[in-house]
Write a protein that binds this ligand. Structure first.
Ligand SMILES: [Ca+2]
Ligand SMILES: [Ca+2]
Length: 393
């Protein structure tokens, strides 16, 4: 008898798994037993039940098929029916209840909605629990609703090792498609004025037409009816795509972060190395220029960075830090040697006599009388200072 079961099942397998076109014709309308069980949970009769699961569009969910009140079975062949346009069966696995025997599945046939799973064993298995499970990929064509997963079998496709036909009540399940994702977006590093388009990971046109876009804070980012997001000002908000079907709202959100505009550190250093001014400055804004310290005997000539550039030369702000140092000229030090002495007086008198040219900065340093020019009067004053006849210039 057991050999006969194996022989019978080998014929079933050959007919269904390996002759796919003929099988499809046969399987679309199987001579099947299909008893709905929704109100018969507490039955003592053998039951084969499909679980109900939920998932989002694009997810892969696992539906299990379980036995209850299993009287002992050595072979089965089930047909699992589903909406192939919206679900794709990607894998079938043997469940824990099938402690031995071989499970075969045919999910490679296109354009039919029936998955065939069959199993044979040399002796009865009386376990309850999961006999096999099926992974379903929820296609992007899916809508937000329940997709039934039905299970049927033909007469004589379930038998024990005495080849007695076993009848199971069948209980269908479903895949409740209850969400969708937004994808393909880089939304965490926007600058004010940037735009991105949020796309639902959905290919069902009816569903797409129902999507409503909202922003939590339109002072940070706005969104239009097509999911086009425009960053407005720094901060973080959420853009939500929602669909209302009946009383149920399905939604998916993306966090949008609009970053602070680029800034750099602006620092001014006094002659004594103390900080005159320091702040973070946004690129594109005018630079603050602080007052320089008054230092006795010195004339302030400006703030300069390491490249001898003044703040005014940075009309377009760079995106790196800037450090300006206060530059001074020692009053009377025409030759810029760091001292005021007779050499500077001689330089002033030679300039006055037309024997020497001076730069603008040298004239600035040498005009100790403050009349806007360097002449013999300055030379005399510098000489007197050098001779300690006056204590300051
Ligand atoms: Ca000097
Ligand atoms: Ca002068």
């Amino acid at each position: 008898m057991k050999k006969y079961i194996s022989f019978l099942l080998s014929i079933i397998i050959a007919a269904t798994v390996f002759t796919t076109v003929a099988a499809a014709d046969v399987l679309i309308q199987p001579d099947s037993v299909n008893v709905l069980m929704s109100s018969q949970q507490n039955t003592t009769e053998p039951v084969v039940a499909v679980s109900s699961v939920s998932g989002k569009i694009g997810d892969t969910v696992t539906v299990s098929v379980s036995f209850k009140n299993n009287p002992g079975i050595a072979a089965f062949r089930f047909f699992v029916d589903y909406e192939e346009e919206y679900l794709k069966a990607t894998a079938v696995r043997k469940g824990d209840a099938l402690t031995s025997g071989n499970l075969y599945s045919n999910i490679s046939v296109d354009n039919i909605t029936v998955l065939i799973t069959q199993w044979d064993n040399s002796s009865n298995i009386s376990n309850d629990g999961v006999v096999f499970s099926i992974d379903f990929y929820i296609k992007k064509t899916a809508f937000l609703r329940k997709y039934p997963i039905t299970i049927t079998y033909n007469n004589a496709d379930l038998c024990n090792d005495d080849f007695q036909e076993i009848m199971f009540l069948t209980m269908d399940g479903d895949v409740d498609v209850n969400g969708f994702d937004l994808s393909g977006n880089d939304s965490d590093n926007l600058s004010a004025g940037d735009s991105v388009c949020l796309l639902p990971d959905v290919e069902n046109n009816e569903l797409l037409s129902l999507i409503n876009w909202t922003t939590d804070d339109e002072t940070i980012a706005t969104v239009d009816e097509n999911g086009n997001v425009i960053a407005v000002s720094p901060g973080t908000t959420h853009i939500t795509a929602s669909v209302t079907i009946g009383d149920t709202v399905y939604s998916s959100s993306v966090e949008i972060t609009v970053k602070e505009p680029p800034a750099f550190l602006l620092t001014y250093i006094n002659k004594d190395d103390s900080v005159a001014f320091s702040e973070k400055v946004n690129v594109g804004l005018p630079l603050t220029i602080p007052e320089a310290q008054n230092i006795k005997g010195y004339i302030f000539i400006g703030w300069f960075d390491s490249q001898e550039k003044t703040p005014a030369e940075y009309a377009v702000m760079p995106e790196n830090d800037l450090i300006f140092t206060a530059h001074y000229i020692l009053k009377g030090d025409i030759n810029f040697d760091g001292f005021v002495d007779i050499g500077d007086a001689i330089l002033a008198s030679r300039y006055d006599a037309g024997n020497k040219t001076l730069t603008e900065d040298q004239i600035f340093a040498g005009d100790v009388t403050g009349d806007g020019k360097v002449d013999i009067g300055d030379a005399v004053r510098i000489a007197r200072y050098d001779a300690d006849q006056i204590t300051e210039l």
